[in-house]
Design a binder for this molecule. Structure first.
Ligand code: GTP
Ligand code: MG
Length: 211
């Protein structure tokens, strides 16, 4: 069997023990012991749960679904030096107005009041221009003053040149320097080890050095 063209490194988080702490409706749910917290946020179906699984090297830890809106609560995972929080996706078109408003409140509360939050991993699908929902969420992030690492998902859906071009366009659209944008594929593992290494480094460095 021939070696893959691009060797895929293993995410450093995959070597660590991980514990699912549970699903919580309260954005302020306290965590003990206090450790750096990173939240995965993005549009419904963007690939948050899949990326979390890839990052920690477990195939089916976080629930992945063809049905958008699957993750309804804060799902919290503990690693030895940090917490990962898988949040419900925003912009779930089929949800009724009340559900969307309740969700926006949850997200806003989470971003503004959760002082223990170290950084946000903001996921965008590399194939699409940021949507209206992404724009609104970007404003929430800016208002809350969160440290953000942007992650472009599903890179396997594009060719290498298409990927580079799209990454530059998306970075430009959200006003992030390219080195604050990580391109990944949960399917092939592309970029996942780098993202894992960045998270571990940020967890050790403290809140001021995340992005
Ligand atoms: P919600 O919890 O509903 O907000 O969705 P999510 O953002 O957690 O997305 P999820 O990980 O459940 O993935 C949604 C769909 O995208 C599933 O069909 C995944 O298999 C697919 N998907 C996720 N990541 C990738 C990827 O890197 N490449 C490809 N090709 N498909 C992916
Ligand atoms: Mg999910």
């Amino acid at each position: 069997m021939s070696a893959p063209a691009t060797p895929v490194e293993v995410s450093p988080l995959a070597k660590l023990p991980i514990e699912f702490l549970g699903s919580f409706p309260d954005p302020m749910h306290p965590l003990d012991p206090p450790l750096p917290e990173f939240a995965m946020i993005g549009r419904s179906n963007v690939g948050k749960s899949s990326l979390l699984n890839a990052l920690v090297g477990r195939r089916a830890l976080a629930r992945v679904s063809q049905t958008p809106g699957k993750t309804q609560l804060l799902n919290i995972y503990k690693l030895p030096s940090l917490y990962l929080i898988d949040l419900p996706g925003y912009g779930f078109a089929q949800a009724d107005k009340g559900t969307r408003l309740a969700y926006r409140k949850l997200l806003e509360g989470f971003l503004r009041k959760r002082t223990s939050l170290t950084g946000v991993i903001w996921l965008l699908d590399i194939r699409h221009k940021p949507s209206k929902d992404d724009g609104e969420f970007h404003r929430l992030l800016t208002d809350a003053g969160c440290a953000v690492l942007a992650v472009l998902t599903k890179a396997d859906k594009l060719t290498r040149s298409g990927r580079d071009k799209a990454a530059a366009e998306r970075a430009d659209a959200i006003g992030f320097p390219l080195d604050q944008v990580q391109v990944v594929s949960a399917q092939t593992g592309y970029g996942v080890a780098d993202l894992g290494a960045s998270l571990l480094a940020a967890a050790t460095a403290g809140p001021d050095e995340v992005a």
